[in-house]
Write a protein that binds this ligand. Structure first.
Ligand code: IMP
Length: 423
């Protein structure tokens, strides 16, 4: 068996980019299986900070081949900008990056539809990144979408026109004030499509299954987090794909029995961008301190992230749904020096104490029940081995491992590749 999965277990932004980057040297292939440019995977190395959107994080490693799987949605305009951002690193991306023909295309009108849909919702808006993700997946499941493979047909522009016209009619249906110049957007789009066509399009399920047969190792890199999963997340405040383990199988064409390790990434506390319920959210100076020390601003939109204590009810649920075999704890360094730590171990739910993640976690139904821990005072960012970690942090980790019944194998103590402690 040769496929490992790496998944975010909270509401995204757990630090997956860094961990994939740290782990990639051991893999032959890194594959993205869902989401699109709503993701922002931040990598830091050699004093450089770089954000990837659609391109797998293995692009920075010499050895790894990078695959964008069928489950991903690609915006040619954003994608080409992302490629241009790689120019400074002298990466031969034409040789190292291949794209599934079955991946869907985000059209300019998908972005407009996203904006129109959000504007029409008023206060009930999802807080979408407005990258056109929802409307593109709607066209996919509605069987109207355009795929990368369509770009190989002479008639692709006719298909494009047909769909874009339909979208324009839909935009007017929303009856909201959206300003746009589609002709201008299309010039940029068509240009970007030509650049995109310089890359190699493949039948990626065939490529990946042949690679497995040949004994190659594959890391499937998730985007967003389990609580944003279209089925298991805090619906409707979710993204439009399956961010959980099963999404890697459908998003790459890999059978479940080919999957071995499932790495679950979580922060030592919790953050969320966009709208939706968040039981352990803090509205006081402690939350503000987490945001400040942890630089909690969205990698894609720059929006401030909401911050709160670690929620073990939600994390256990994510471990269960994903079959997590190893945990990686990120940003422990951010909590250094707090007076004490709180961990939510149960919810008071409609008058009862529960430890499972219920159907509805709206604040009127759920009050978190906390266990308190002493916090460590030491700066963790220079620590390099597990035996240097403070006693209080080890107690926190031991408690989490016992509750979650999964070992915590990596503790990240800073954004750089080198600030990674193996246990
Ligand atoms: P969309 O996927 O852009 O439509 O956004 C839907 C919800 O998922 C919003 O609350 C976004 O803030 C959230 N979201 C989407 N992508 C990410 C991500 O990469 N990190 C964190 N939140 C995300």
């Amino acid at each position: 068996m040769a496929v490992d999965l790496l998944l975010g277990l909270q509401w995204g932004d757990e630090g997956k980019g860094k961990i994939v980057d740290v782990l990639t040297r051991d893999y032959d292939i890194i594959a993205r299986f869902q989401g699109g440019p709503n993701a922002g995977h931040t990598l830091e190395f050699d004093g450089i900070k770089h954000v990837l959107r659609t391109i797998p994080s293995g692009i920075f490693h010499k050895k790894a081949m990078n695959v964008i799987g069928n489950g991903v949605v690609i915006d040619p305009v954003v994608f080409v900008k992302e490629l241009e951002g790689l120019d400074q690193f002298d990466i031969d991306y034409k040789a190292k990056l291949i794209i599934s023909r079955k991946a869907h295309l985000i059209l300019p009108t998908h972005r407009l539809l996203d904006a129109a849909s959000e504007a029409s919702k008023g206060k009930a808006k999802i807080g979408s990144t407005l990258k056109g993700i929802g409307p593109t997946y709607m066209d996919k499941t509605g069987r109207n979408g355009m795929r990368i493979g369509d770009l190989e047909l002479d008639s692709w522009k006719e298909k494009y026109r047909h769909l874009a016209d339909k979208h324009e009619a839909m935009i007017s249906f929303y009856n909201v004030d959206i300003q746009y110049d589609l002709e201008e957007m299309e010039v940029e789009f068509f240009d970007a499509v030509e650049r995109l066509k310089e890359l190699t399009f493949i039948d990626s399920e065939e490529y990946l299954n042949e690679a497995i047969k040949a004994g190659k190792t594959i890391l499937a890199e998730g985007a967003q987090g389990s609580l944003l999963d279209i089925d298991f997340g805090t619906y409707p405040f979710v993204t439009s794909s399956n961010t959980t383990a099963a999404g890697a199988c459908t998003g790459l064409g890999i059978a479940p029995n080919k999957v071995k390790e499932v790495f679950g990434i979580f922060k030592a506390y919790t953050t969320r961008v966009g709208s939706g319920p968040f039981p352990t959210e803090l509205f006081d100076e402690v939350g503000a301190e987490m945001a400040k020390v942890g630089h909690e601003f969205g990698a894609v939109t720059g929006r401030p992230r909401r911050c709160g204590w670690l929620d073990l009810v939600a994390l256990k649920y994510a471990c269960q749904v994903n079959g997590v075999t190893q945990l990686n704890m990120m940003k422990g360094d951010v909590l250094s020096g707090f007076d004490s730590l709180q961990v939510c171990t149960a919810y008071e739910y409609k008058g009862k104490t529960i430890t499972h993640f219920p159907y509805n976690i709206e604040p009127e139904n759920v009050t978190p029940i906390y266990t308190e821990f002493p916090c460590w005072k030491e700066d963790l960012t220079k620590m390099t081995s597990a035996d240097q970690l403070p006693k209080e942090l080890n107690e926190y980790i031991d408690f989490l491992e016992k509750e979650l019944e999964v070992p915590i194998k990596i503790v990240s103590v800073g954004p750089d590749r080198t600030q990674t402690i193996l246990r």
